[in-house]
Design a protein around this ligand. Structure first.
Ligand code: 13P
Length: 342
């Protein structure tokens, strides 16, 4: 039985006209890569230090309503011994949890990928609930080639997202459904639009088949963008193409769409979000963020693993959070980038 009231309360606490979600759920392998770029060894303690820094940033709750955490973080504490999910909650930031176990090849379908982690998900959610997580995230990944994603891949990935989302709602967790069409490659924006549309159609078809309640889920898609090796598109074109694709595929019952940044630079991701919100017209959903790199990158570089840089790093995070909050309302201007951080 789905507890609608509990799920609705989580939606009400996370969906906000000014705020967005911080993705801080990098797996142990991914965070090691991010740390290696700033010369920091990835250990349980450096990961704890970094995530404490993020969650204790003064004022972060003004711009951020939810945070996606990695499993390890749920049981870590700040220096005063307070569990990190509680540190987030004390700022009005709802703690969530990445529940997928990462991607691998989809056997029999060269070039397509599939994410694993469904086995035992219900039991894991029961533990995460005791650790104060209230929503979940699962990511399926779609590389674009001339042959991928295939029809089989589209169906298999959609099925995983739908089964995950159904388990979450039954366990009292709002599912964030994340189908990510990757930016890798030299494809143009039209090809990304074509693939994103095919992906979203298949995902919502599967969610419907599995009885997922659209009003009690969140969507985390890619923006529609040209591949990294193709000429960049202007924010207006990104916004128009993204909105057209979403309008064709996402039911109006879904309350909010939270874009991933997916390899866009921090300022680029803010500029594109701003254009989307300026051109949103009568779009039925909130159009917000669930950025990882685009929120964290400047802060990570400011920190560089040094305790004496914690404040500067928090200022850098707060600046990106604040500017994305403005972009979320279509009120961002690039000249604001020159202001002092924070
Ligand atoms: P990026 O914004 O860095 O793409 O990360 C978002 C995310 O959570 C990917 O799963």
């Amino acid at each position: 039985m789905i507890s609608q009231d509990e799920l609705q309360k989580t939606i009400d606490d996370v969906v906000d006209e000014r705020r967005g979600i911080l993705a801080a759920d990098e797996s142990t392998g991914t965070i090691a890569k991010r740390f290696s770029a700033i010369g920091v060894e990835s250990t349980a303690d450096t990961r704890r230090a970094w995530r404490s820094l993020l969650l204790s940033t003064p004022g972060l709750g003004e711009y951020i309503s939810g945070v996606i955490l990695f499993e390890e973080t749920l049981s870590q504490c700040d220096d005063s011994g307070r569990p990190l999910p509680e540190v987030a909650a004390s700022q009005g930031i709802v703690p969530g949890i990445k529940v997928d176990k990462g991607k691998g090849p989809l056997s029999g379908v060269p070039g397509d990928l599939i994410t694993c982690g469904l086995d035992g998900l219900g039991e894991r959610l029961a533990t995460y609930r005791q650790q104060k997580a209230r929503f979940a995230k699962w990511r399926e990944v779609y590389p674009i080639t001339t042959a991928n994603p295939t029809a089989v891949g589209l169906q298999a990935n959609a099925e995983m997202l739908a089964r995950y989302a159904a388990v979450c709602q039954e366990a009292g967790f709002v599912p964030i459904v994340e189908p990510e069409v990757l930016m890798d490659g030299d494809h143009d924006i039209d090809r990304c639009a074509e693939v994103t549309e095919a992906v979203l159609r298949e995902v919502f078809h599967a969610l419907h088949r599995h009885g997922v309640v659209f009003e009690l889920m969140l969507l985390k898609p890619n923006m529609v963008l040209p591949g990294k090796e193709c000429r960049k598109a202007a924010p207006q074109e990104v916004a128009e193409t993204t909105l057209r694709t979403l309008r064709r595929c996402v039911p109006a019952a879904v309350p909010s769409i939270h874009f991933l940044s997916g390899g866009q630079g921090p300022e680029e991701a803010t500029l594109n979000l701003n254009a989307i919100n300026q051109l949103r017209g009568n779009a039925p959903w909130q159009l917000s963020i669930s950025y990882g790199r685009a929120l964290q990158q400047p802060a990570l570089h400011a920190w560089a693993g040094k305790p004496e840089h914690v404040e500067a790093a928090q200022q850098a995070l707060l600046k990106r959070a604040r500017l994305n909050s403005l972009a979320r309302q279509g009120m961002y201007d690039p000249s604001l980038e020159d202001e002092a951080p924070g």
